[in-house]
Design a binder for this molecule. Sequence first.
Ligand SMILES: CC(C)(COP(=O)(O)OP(=O)(O)OC[C@H]1O[C@@H](n2cnc3c(N)ncnc32)[C@H](O)[C@@H]1OP(=O)(O)O)[C@@H](O)C(=O)NCCC(=O)NCCS
Length: 161
Amino acid sequence: MLIRDAVPEDWPRIWPFWHRIVAAAETYAWDPGTDEPAARALWMSPAKRVYVAEDPTGTVTGSAYLTANYGGPAARVANAGFMVDPARTGEGIGRALADHVLTEAARHGYRAMVFNAVVETNPAVRLWTSLGFTILATIPDAFEHPHHGLVGLHIMHKSLV
Ligand SMILES: CC(C)(COP(=O)(O)OP(=O)(O)OC[C@H]1O[C@@H](n2cnc3c(N)ncnc32)[C@H](O)[C@@H]1OP(=O)(O)O)[C@@H](O)C(=O)NCCC(=O)NCCS
């Protein structure tokens, strides 16, 4: 597996799984009806560093972004987002992307990483915990999950220093 910086030409290969994940409305607090131009503006924003995972056949299997979570004097706290093609879940792509993004975050001078809204039913919580993130707080009943009803959103944090 190769993890590299994304280029604009990667977007058409990210969009199909991006759309599938956001439309499912199980993991991201984004409008499930987000259309392609809005999704592109959100994910491929110039304010973000964007990465893709590519398998040996050149297929883009996942993507992640890294950005500042706050501004000004708090701009050294990072935020990141991760999406792996649901057809490729469980192959270690998400963990590899996360390792890469954490290394990149430290390299770019971030002192910590925060996830603002991790759906408490998301199996990803276990992945983030295994990487050293802790749950700082949970916003109760914040997310209307299509199968689980109202569930909490975790704010998760990891120090990078
Ligand atoms: C979360 C996500 C990025 C994980 O990527 P992945 O490639 O499936 O994860 P990996 O194969 O690297 O697995 C990482 C670990 O998490 C666990 N895990 C991750 N997603 C899981 C899932 N959907 N079901 C069960 N276990 C899961 C695995 O058990 C694995 O543990 P291990 O490394 O000790 O074996 C991916 O499932 C995804 O894009 N989900 C939808 C979007 C999302 O939830 N993004 C994160 C928002 S906080």
